[in-house]
Design a protein around this ligand. Sequence first.
Ligand code: IPM
Ligand code: MN
Length: 359
Amino acid sequence: MHADIVVLPGDGIGPEVTAATVEVLQAVAHRFGHHFTLHEHLIGGAAIDATGQPLPDATLAAARDADAVLLGAVGGPKWSAPEAPVRPEQGLLAIRKALGLYANLRPVRPHAAAAGASPIKSHLLAGVDLLVVRELTGGIYFGDKTRSETQATDLCRYSVEEVERVVRRACLLARGRRGHVTSVDKANVLETSRLWREVATRVVRDEFPDITLEHQLVDSMAMHLLAKPRAYDVIVTENMFGDILTDEASMLAGSLGLLPSASLGEGCVGMYEPIHGSAPDIAGRGIANPVGTILSAALLLRYSLGLSQEAACIEQAVDAVLDAGVFTADLAPHDAARSTREATDAIVQQLALASEQAA
Ligand code: IPM
Ligand code: MN
């Protein structure tokens, strides 16, 4: 097949992890006889430097026309001064909103070989397989903000429709898994959470009688996620709770650098990005973990291009490389750590094996 993919490297380690992932995508194309056209565009701090805007019109137009978007990361100290008129993160939020990508899927499947890197006891990690569905275009991230000398406000707002559609998406995904959905809110304090809980309850009762729904308050969820992670299947939650809980959940896997994400709307166009940030402290050193972005490319193949076999090949290749103990610096002690280059080469090599088996 032929597909147009827009690549948004962004800032910090973004360009390094997207470059690694483009190599993997080209290797997949070569192995399976596809043709992927990859166009790079500016976003974030890099876009501010070049154009003054965190999301230039040309970038958004290209993303709208593409079959899928692959993003690295945005942000960095260079653009973070409190008085900065524009911020890299605005570009990311704006593209999520403009493309209508309201459901952010963040799968967490700890890999046995990386269990040693997790601060959680390994007997708690065996069999953990959860999917966080984070609402991505609403809530406190997008509400009106005010600022004066003496105070600031951020409005948290959710409509019934915004909750319905993300809960439906979570339920549909749960149907292909273990049929269990945990909805996370703060209904004992927040009005938006009371709405969220009511809507989630009704959607599941009326439309998904086959799904088991459980409600959790976000504070106790933060604890349960580490104490009994195996108990969860699909977790659906609002934007900021999902942001926080998935950084926490990455510790089940051993590193923030391992986790991919898919941001989906109603159409096929999706945006795929690792859950980690731009890591300015290690940028440009060739040591970033490319796995979160490479696994995001696997999600891209599966969800936007319908290439599930190719997606599975990438996932198997990553598994094999981690099994072989090829770890970047986030997972291994300094003297044993492999570079981004070495990890990428190992994955591309494994891909050749995996695709031969698939053929
Ligand atoms: C994420 C990031 C972003 C978010 C930032 C960079 C705006 O933390 O994708 O998790 O908060 O959504
Ligand atoms: Mn985050």
